[in-house]
Design a protein around this ligand. Structure first.
Ligand code: XIL
Length: 302
């Protein structure tokens, strides 16, 4: 196959990109997206500050734009994200525990029902664990006021809101075997043992020289899959250029393909020009939408 989406489809996988609604009007942006990718993730448009900026007032305009663009062209959509400490409007942090619990459940329910049946996987919770060796939960309004149990409550509420969507836990620095991924692993194992609904784990996979592709990536993906969840590479980008970057991309793709429950890969942007890594060149297309060596490596590895 000659595109990322078609080549991934031959392997039974999707190949997606994070998309910003405000770039869809740029012709080469949209044509690269539409030609190459089979799934999209709204980069910011489904986050809490975008969808419920004031309590009880939901705004779906730019997220709808992305979902409509994708669906009319046969692309799948990943939902990102419902419960996260960041890009959270100030009002959420000002609520007391009782109000916060109902606001969280209402947010999950309203957003998921708006998109019911149109999202293949939802990041129900994002980045809920600390970095480093503690294996502890990260401080957030949810964690601090509701305790560990907010997480399973969020997943149960999500299952009820859209039973067709796969429900994912998504995080970074969990790509290799380490204290943080062990903590997530233990949570997923506990959820599966107790019947708490969880279907997938998303591995963000933002790699650079300080945080390289781990040697045990495949092994780590496999141990999660062995718990009975799908795994997805959800926000892939890799700093660098040329052959080194291409080799790293190739190894990520091979790690996913080696794990039968690794169902898809999403890169965190279409073009280096709009990467969230300011000044960086971590993606598959350069600022002129020209295919980089990393693109050719991914296509060859698929
Ligand atoms: C980033 C976006 O790419 C930026 O545009 C925004 O300013 C900040 O968020 N982990 C995540 C993503 O789960 O939502 C983040 O996206 C990147 C890190």
């Amino acid at each position: 196959a000659s595109t990322l989406g078609a080549a991934a489809a031959e392997q039974g996988r999707y190949f997606g990109a994070a998309v910003a609604a405000n770039h869809l009007g740029e012709t080469p942006y949209a044509s690269t997206l539409d030609t190459e990718f089979s799934s999209v993730t709204p980069e910011n448009e489904m986050k809490w500050d975008a969808t419920e900026p004031t309590r009880g007032t939901f705004t779906f305009g730019s997220a709808d734009q992305i979902v409509n663009h994708a669906q009319s062209r046969g692309m799948k959509v990943r939902g990102h994200t419902l419960v996260w400490y960041s890009q959270l409007p100030g009002w959420v942090g000002n609520l007391g525990a009782t109000d916060l619990r109902s606001a969280m459940n209402n947010h999950i329910t309203q957003v998921m029902q708006h998109y019911q049946g149109r999202i293949h996987s939802w990041d129900v919770a994002n980045e809920a664990f600390q970095d480093g060796d503690s294996g502890a939960r990260r401080s957030s309004p949810f964690q601090d006021k509701l305790g560990d149990g907010y997480m399973e409550e969020a997943f149960r509420t999500a299952r009820a809101a859209d039973p067709a969507a796969k429900l994912c836990y998504n995080d970074y620095n969990i790509e290799g075997i380490n204290a943080k991924s062990n903590a997530v692993y233990n949570m997923v194992r506990d959820f599966k043992a107790r019947g708490v609904p969880i279907d997938c784990v998303g591995f963000q996979s933002h790699f650079n020289s300080a945080s390289p592709v781990p040697y045990d990536y495949r092994e780590n993906l496999q141990r999660f899959a062995d718990l009975g969840v799908d795994v997805q590479i959800t926000e892939l980008d890799i700093e660098g250029s040329g052959t080194a970057q291409a080799d790293n991309y190739s190894s990520v793709v091979r790690s996913c393909l080696a794990v039968s429950r690794c169902t898809g890969i999403t890169v965190w942007g279409v073009t280096d020009k709009y990467s969230w890594r300011a000044g960086g060149t971590p993606l598959l297309f350069d600022g002129n939408y020209t295919k980089k060596p990393a693109y050719n490596a991914v296509l060859a590895a698929l």
